[in-house]
Design a protein around this ligand. Structure first.
Ligand SMILES: Cc1ncc(COP(=O)(O)O)c(C=O)c1O
Length: 241
């Protein structure tokens, strides 16, 4: 935090800062969860500099880390929140920008355009909220499954001498030391029917984003398939440098 604050302070001295945009868990960046204390320090800091705090919850929102919003675990309330991806609950295109009422300067009908809202997505999104967010069951299940994924990945990492996995809820990264290893593991998993992405600045992690509705059996099968993929690559050559 100190380094970030110093560099932001230098920038703020040159020109007023409009906003800080942050993911509470970097997704494409390799599944790096920010510490809650870091987020709690950032929030008043942006306010003190007259800047907006924008949380990009497009990948980590909608329950991916457990609670509906990924920042809930830090107890902060951002000025703006971006949501999309699984928001419609049905793979339909939909995005939302939430903002504090005091920043809502649009008059009714003022912010318009040709393609502004796909009605079927609004219907499925509303139903998804009713089905999955009228009680705490999905959040509790995601937390429980996340613990399971974390434990299983830790055992896989230990077995093959890999760095520790990291993640929250149902967003996890299995990092590799050797360049190219994550790609090889994702390719091997794909040949066995499991879809995984690489992520991180050097594509150095295999990223797991199982559906939040995954069954216990599917999750077990997926984790077993991943372990076998790691074993097949580890068998061919050393994964760690
Ligand atoms: C955190 C985050 N923000 C923004 C985007 C871009 O979203 P879109 O493709 O809807 O523009 C992505 C896509 O992966 C993302 O992960």
């Amino acid at each position: 935090m100190a380094g970030l604050v110093r560099s932001l302070d230098t920038a703020a001295a040159d020109a007023p800062m409009a906003a800080v945009v942050v993911e509470t868990v970097q997704g494409e960046g390799g599944v790096n969860p920010a510490r809650p204390v870091w987020l709690r320090t950032l929030a008043p800091w942006t306010q003190a500099h007259g800047a907006l705090l924008i949380v990009d919850d497009i990948q980590m929102g909608c329950g991916r880390t457990g609670p509906f919003f990924s920042f809930e675990r830090a107890g902060i309330i951002p000025d703006l929140v971006c949501l999309s991806k699984s928001l419609s609950g049905y793979g339909m295109p939909m995005a939302l920008t939430l903002l504090r009422p005091e920043y809502d300067v649009w008059k009714p009908g003022e912010h318009n355009g040709t393609f502004r809202g796909y009605d079927p997505a609004f219907v499925t999104a509303a139903r998804t909220l009713e089905l999955f967010w009228s009680d705490g069951a999905l959040e509790a299940r995601t937390a429980a499954l996340g613990e399971r994924v974390g434990g299983t990945l830790a055992r896989t990492a230990h077995r093959y001498g890999l760095p520790a996995p990291r993640g929250l809820g149902l967003a996890w990264a299995l990092p590799f030391d050797r360049p190219g290893a994550a790609r090889e593991v994702c390719d091997a998993a794909y040949r066995s029917g499991l879809l995984l992405e690489t992520a991180g600045p050097y594509d150095e992690v295999a990223k797991l984003l199982p559906p939040l509705t995954v069954t216990d059996e599917q999750l077990t099968h997926g984790l077993d398939t991943l372990d076998a993929a790691v074993a097949s690559v580890a068998g061919a050559r050393t994964l760690a440098v």
